[in-house]
Design a protein around this ligand. Structure first.
Ligand SMILES: [Zn+2]
Length: 144
């Protein structure tokens, strides 16, 4: 037992075992079928891991590319829309830096301030109601 204890030993990571740390012993172990199989298995494991990692990274990069593409499309559509808006704005002498919201508010305000238009609208509403009533009465009479 004392003889083995004094012997320097080397740990084989592939085989998870100790071998005598001298050249002939190491060479003998490394030539062994069991060690070679373990080395191949280890390499395959490392390969598989790196392939899985590469696949994951590829998938992620694909997803990222898709996201980027979608964002780019949205941006292009926005640019088209903005270009279309600016084109229509060219006809009207409205400054491009004015947002669309105040424009609508201004229009609404113009309509309400005009007395003629609001009274005309009321007349139209009344007329519409009368027509609806007479129509429904006629329909009821036919049904009975
Ligand atoms: Zn080994």
């Amino acid at each position: 037992a004392d003889y083995w204890k004094s012997q320097p030993r080397k740990f084989c990571q592939y085989c998870k075992c100790w071998i005598a740390d001298n050249k002939p012993s190491i060479e003998f172990h490394e030539r062994g079928k069991n060690h070679k199989q373990n080395v191949t298995a280890k390499i395959d494991e490392i390969k598989k891991k790196s392939i899985d990692k590469a696949k994951k990274e590829e998938k992620m990069s694909k997803e990222f590319a898709a996201m980027e593409e979608a964002a780019l499309k949205a941006y292009e559509e926005d640019m088209k829309r903005l270009q279309g808006e600016s084109e229509s704005e060219e006809a009207a002498p409205i400054p491009a830096d004015l947002p669309t919201e105040p424009k609508t508010k201004f229009k609404e305000r113009t309509i309400t301030s005009l007395g003629d238009e609001s009274s005309a609208g009321t007349t139209f509403k009344k007329r519409k109601t009368e027509n609806g009533k007479s129509r429904s009465l006629r329909q009821r009479g036919k049904d009975d």
